[in-house]
Write a protein that binds this ligand. Sequence first.
Ligand code: PRX
Length: 634
Amino acid sequence: MTGQIKSLDEYHSEYARSVADPEGFWAEQASSFEWRKPWKQVLKWNFREPKVNWFGGGRLNITENCLDRHLATRGKQTALIWEPNDPKRKARKITYKQLYGLVCQFANALKAQGVKKGDRVCIYMPMTPELSVALLACARIGAIHSVVFAGFSAVSLADRIKDAKASVVLTSDYNSRGPKNIPVKQVVDEALALGCDSVRHVIVHQNTGDPLQMVEGRDIWWHEAVKGKRKSCKATAVDSEDMLFILYTSGSTGKPKGVVHTHGGYMVYTEYTFRNVFQYQDGEVYWCTADIGWITGHSYIVYGPLLAGATSVMFEGIPTFPDPGRFWAVIQRHKVNIFYTAPTAIRALMAAGDQWVKGRRMPSLRVLGTVGEPINEEAWQWYHERVGKKRCPIVDTWWQTETGGIMITPLAGITPLKPCFATLPMPGIQPCLVDANGHEIEGNDVEGMLCIKYPWPSILRTTYGDHERCRQTYFATFKDKYFTGDGARRDADGYYRIIGRVDDVINVSGHRIGTAEVEDAINKAPRVVESAVVGYPHDIKGQGIYAYIITSGPIADMAAFKKEVLDTVTKEIGAIAKPDKIQVVPGLPKTRSGKIMRRILRKIAEGDTSNLGDTTTLLNPEVVDEIKQGAKSA
Ligand code: PRX
């Protein structure tokens, strides 16, 4: 491993070096890994097509760097501490050696099912160690994993399986979450009934052991699949730019797109950021509470920590089960040093009352982190005082599915903090703010749309099966820049503060949801003619979902209608996309060209109707007053 940045001066000099000589800088980082064959060219790129190649010609396998490389020195060290949903059950500890064995064995099982390099494997599993094993086993044999968060519905799962043309689905019988056992495999059955013709096999991990229907010839138990398989498996060497995984994420328009990350660059960047942002020290216990179904789990539960040889906690349950003191109990139980969570969890626990955290001594804690959405000042202060007892730096890490790793963040204990600021870019990251005309806004104390000017190793390479969509979405808005979709401020000290999305994406409890997707789902409900969805400020979730709906006629039973809408959204997308407020409206404010004026709807949803701006250009200005009146009943 190369070293860590140890001081603010060193950060500034590393940053300057990474901009003056990006290739030299990243080549140095990359050289601390094991490559089967060295790269020929560090970087080749243009943002026009776009085409970005890092470490071209290099061959490697990321799992050799996550596992094999550590065996001699860390074989007996715990890689994973699994904390089950039920606090009365014993935690499971898995050493690097054991994890290596499990990954190899399952890789052999996948091979036996005919999975080959380049095949897509869809993973729809709860937070058990087998989920990590599943990702790594795919990577071991060069198969491309596509993890789908186990809270998505059968329809969403089917869409993702079809888009990736997955040949195998990995799942579990049930998901233990809080007091409930959710039938995960049943969702897979429902998804496959929607015509996922590419799927040959389903491998089912027995998690709870509750009764289950297996489909003869298609379904195989995980424990049967690994029976007699060897605990060693030579890793398949892949090209640095071969696909490692696809992860679907929501955007402004259409269905979620499959963001593609590749082996070499993703490996270098996730390890580098993990080590430097959290300032991980050998022997420390690190805990990221995300789900592996999202990018945070991919990069900072599975790959980053393992690449860095860390010990991490993986948690099956939810923050409020059996009570809102669970996170703090787990921190005490496993002597967690670094704790990384989402603002929405902090706000929920803060709302549950101080009694759950008061009196809890957590002397092991050294670093706190947040991710996924802007953190408000109150939550930041509470986290700092009540959880970190004013001793622990908070790293507010800004990044995205598409960026693969943390982009703008303090380095723990090094960067002077400002509440709610993601502060400064990581070395190698060249952010800029642009105005609506695409002109870069220079200087400090300014606000604009956040773009990145130069490639970094884990930038997305494409959107699966549709490169043009990737170009359009990220590289066409502003010439020669990657557009993040976020608005940001740069203050007098040059610190960045992320304001939030400037596109039609809502961030609900740190989950990215496209308004168009939710509208499509709502429109499938009975009696819905048209809908428009916007975000509004929500105390716990950050943003809530507000749906305006035009119906085909008067609704006699409003409660029953709203339930139908919620059920339809749950069926089409999943419970995470359920609107918090529904308002039936006589019409939607539209421009003369037929475009919905979301600005007005957003204002009304926010409860701010004092200044709706110019409504005279609307086709139907009269609906605005009616919507304003009706908003009280939503
Ligand atoms: O709006 C930003 C917000 O989350 C978006 C990315 O969502 P996703 O791809 O699901 O990845 C989330 C986890 C990396 C961003 O465009 N976001 C993420 N982190 C922060 C944030 N907003 C403010 N502050 C953050 N630290």
